[in-house]
Design a protein around this ligand. Structure first.
Ligand code: HEC
Ligand code: HEC
Ligand code: HEC
Ligand code: HEC
Ligand code: HEC
Length: 214
């Protein structure tokens, strides 16, 4: 076979090729870990809110149900956030002079809604639906963690595609009876397969791309 390249060039090319491949591998590794780091998924971050609202006090301490404030969670794609009147149903009588609650009183006086900062935010190309989950046995805790132990709200789970799919492939272990959907600290009773049947969940359907990317 005739030699196309000079032997020295051949050696140099080999070094460049091997070096290039190693560099690519390094970049891929960094990208893999950075991609799943809490920094990029937003996991754990606590944004500053207009009022330091505590789920620990209101849910864990006072035992108020999630749906008292997140009223549309079981009948719409969005859970919804409480308006000023919801807070004032109690705070027109309780802690009426607390400095911490001044923005709530001001909001009522000026008829301007409180602007809460979003903690969870999926990219626009992902479709999500609360009703579909909470009416089919998936509790708030599966996706939002122990909210009753959060003095300030934070994102408890990674919310990546891999995380969604892990459950869509095997939802049985996460399922609860209807009356335990908003309960915190629920221990599954081991009746997942019966519930899977009862809720008529078809795992082959919910792993298709179009379910979440429409
Ligand atoms: C007394 C009213 C109240 C109750 C009860 C309540 N929440 Fe909230 N929730 C709020 C307010 C106000 C915010 C916005 C401020 C914040 O993020 O802390 C919020 C925010 C959230 C968020 C973050 C929303 C975002 O921006 O992504 C989640 C998740 C959440 N609540 C889940 C729950 C769950 C689960 C329960 C029941 C276990 C619950 N909440 C009970 C008032 C309430
Ligand atoms: C069902 C009644 C009720 C509702 C509704 C309610 N709160 Fe409270 N809130 C309380 C009580 C009771 C306390 C005192 C808790 C304590 O001392 O343990 C409190 C305490 C607070 C405090 C003081 C700090 C703390 O957490 O102890 C803030 C701030 C507060 N609430 C904000 C809000 C906001 C904002 C809303 C509306 C999104 C709201 N609350 C809705 C009953 C309520
Ligand atoms: C299967 C997972 C899952 C379950 C179950 C779930 N959530 Fe969420 N929640 C999410 C995701 C994902 C977002 C962000 C949605 C987005 O960015 O469009 C979110 C956002 C929210 C928000 C912000 C406002 C909104 O509607 O986007 C609130 C409040 C909330 N959830 C409360 C709840 C409560 C209360 C429950 C239980 C009754 C619950 N969630 C059950 C995954 C879940
Ligand atoms: C802990 C389990 C669990 C997690 C986590 C979860 N899901 Fe689901 N999801 C389900 C179950 C169960 C169903 C109901 C399947 C059915 O109706 O057959 C469902 C249904 C859906 C549907 C179908 C709604 C419809 O129109 O029928 C969408 C869309 C969806 N999930 C998106 C998501 C996305 C996006 C995430 C991640 C951000 C996610 N899910 C995380 C369990 C989960
Ligand atoms: C259960 C819901 C769900 C299903 C099913 C799903 N995805 Fe996703 N996908 C997501 C979520 C949530 C994100 C955004 C978070 C992330 O990037 O991890 C995403 C992100 C993506 C991205 C952007 C990746 C990036 O790094 O920015 C692509 C591309 C994608 N999905 C393709 C697909 C394809 C192809 C399928 C079918 C084989 C599919 N998805 C099925 C939920 C889903």
């Amino acid at each position: 076979m005739p030699q196309i390249f000079h032997p020295r060039i051949n050696g140099l090319t080999r070094i460049l090729l091997v070096g290039g491949a190693l560099a690519l591998l390094a970049v891929a590794c960094v990208a893999y870990f950075v991609d799943r780091s809490p920094y990029l998924t937003g996991q754990g971050a606590v944004p500053e809110q207009p009022v330091p609202f505590s789920h620990e006090h209101h849910v864990g301490g006072l035992g108020i149900d999630c749906r008292y404030c997140h009223t549309s969670v079981d009948r719409s794609t969005f859970a919804g956030l409480p308006d000023t009147y919801t807070c004032m149903s109690c705070h027109s009588q309780l802690w009426t002079n607390a400095q911490m609650l001044a923005p709530v009183r001001e909001s009522l006086k000026q008829d301007r809604p409180l602007v809460w900062v979003r903690v969870h935010k999926l990219p626009d190309f992902v479709y999500f639906n609360h009703q579909a989950h909470v009416t089919r046995g998936i509790g708030c805790e599966s996706c939002h963690g122990r909210v009753d132990r959060m003095p300030l709200m934070r994102q408890a789970k990674p919310m990546t595609m891999q995380w969604c799919l892990d459950c869509h492939r095997h939802p049985a272990t996460a399922l609860r009876p209807k009356d335990r959907i908003t309960a915190m600290g629920y221990a599954p009773a081991g009746n997942g397969d019966a519930l899977l049947h009862q809720y008529r969940i078809h795992t082959d359907r919910i792993t298709e791309c179009v379910i979440c990317h429409r």
